[in-house]
Design a protein around this ligand. Structure first.
Ligand SMILES: CCCCCCCCCCCCCCCC(=O)SCCNC(=O)CCNC(=O)[C@H](O)C(C)(C)COP(=O)(O)OP(=O)(O)OC[C@H]1O[C@@H](n2cnc3c(N)ncnc32)[C@H](O)[C@@H]1OP(=O)(O)O
Length: 177
C-alpha cells in the first residue's frame, strides 16, 4: 500500500508583521511580496510531505480578497491538499490581523502545485509521493475538490502548451519584417 500523510503533517504557519518597506503606494502589502511569502510557506509544506526536492510548477486561483495594512500581521498557512504521482497541490490561506483590535480577516487564498524532482535530498527518479488524508472539516472540504482541479489544470496545461509554442523568444527590438 502506498504511503499516506495527514494534512497536519505538512501544515506550515508563518506569521509576519507588515512593515512600511513592504507596502505598495496604496499603503497595503505589495502583491509580489505576498506571492513570495506564499511560495516560501508552500515549499516547506511540500518538503515536509515528500522529503524530496521539488519545484513550483504553477500557481492558480490566487485571489487577493482584502488588502493587508501596515502594522497588521499577515499569517500564511499552507498544507498539502492533494497529491498524484510526482505532483503535490498546496492550499494556501492568508489571514490578516489588525494587531490593535484583534480583528482577523481572510486576505487571500490560492492553490499552487509543486513537482518533486531528484536532488541531493533524494536522487531516486522512480517514485510516487505520499497521498494525503484530511482530518478537519475545512481540510476535507478543500481536499474534496482536488481531483476536479487537477483535471482542469491538466487540460489548461495542454492548451497553454499550444499557446506557448506560438510565442517568439527573439529580441523584441530587432526588426522581424
Ligand atoms: C545545490 C543544491 C540544490 C539542492 C536542492 C534541494 C531541494 C530542496 C527543496 C527546496 C524547495 C525549494 C522550492 C523552491 C521553488 C522554486 O523556486 S522552483 C523555481 C520555479 N520553478 C521552476 O523553475 C520549474 C520549471 N519547470 C520545470 O522544471 C518543469 O516544467 C516541471 C514543473 C518539473 C514539470 O516537468 P515536465 O517534464 O513538464 O513534467 P511531466 O513529466 O509532464 O509531469 C510531471 C508531473 O508534473 C505535473 N505538472 C507538470 N506541469 C504542471 C503544471 N504547470 N501545473 C501543475 N502540474 C504540473 C504533471 O501533471 C505530473 O504530475 P504527476 O502525474 O506526476 O503527479
Amino acid at each position: 500500500m502506498s504511503e499516506t500523510k495527514f494534512c497536519r503533517e505538512s501544515r506550515v504557519i508563518q506569521t509576519h508583521r507588515i512593515f512600511p518597506f513592504d507596502l505598495n503606494p496604496f499603503e497595503a502589502l505589495f502583491g509580489g511580496k505576498l506571492m513570495s511569502l506564499i511560495d516560501d510557506a508552500a515549499s516547506i509544506s511540500v518538503t515536509r510531505h515528500c522529503r524530496r526536492g521539488a519545484v513550483t510548477a504553477s500557481l492558480d486561483n490566487l485571489n487577493f480578497l482584502k488588502p493587508l495594512h501596515v502594522n497588521h500581521s499577515v499569517c500564511v498557512e499552507s498544507y498539502i491538499s492533494g497529491a498524484h504521482k510526482k505532483s503535490m497541490e498546496v492550499f494556501v490561506k492568508v489571514v490578516g490581523e489588525n494587531l490593535t483590535t484583534g480583528e482577523r480577516y481572510l486576505a487571500a487564498t490560492c492553490f499552487t502545485t509543486f513537482v518533486a524532482v531528484p536532488s541531493h535530498m533524494n536522487e531516486e527518479t522512480d517514485f510516487t509521493v505520499p497521498s494525503v488524508v484530511p482530518e478537519t472539516e475545512e481540510e476535507k472540504l478543500v481536499c474534496s475538490g482536488y481531483e476536479k482541479r487537477r483535471l482542469h489544470r491538466l487540460q489548461e496545461r495542454d492548451e497553454y502548451k499550444e499557446f506557448a509554442a506560438t510565442l517568439t523568444t527573439d529580441l523584441p527590438w530587432i526588426d522581424q519584417a
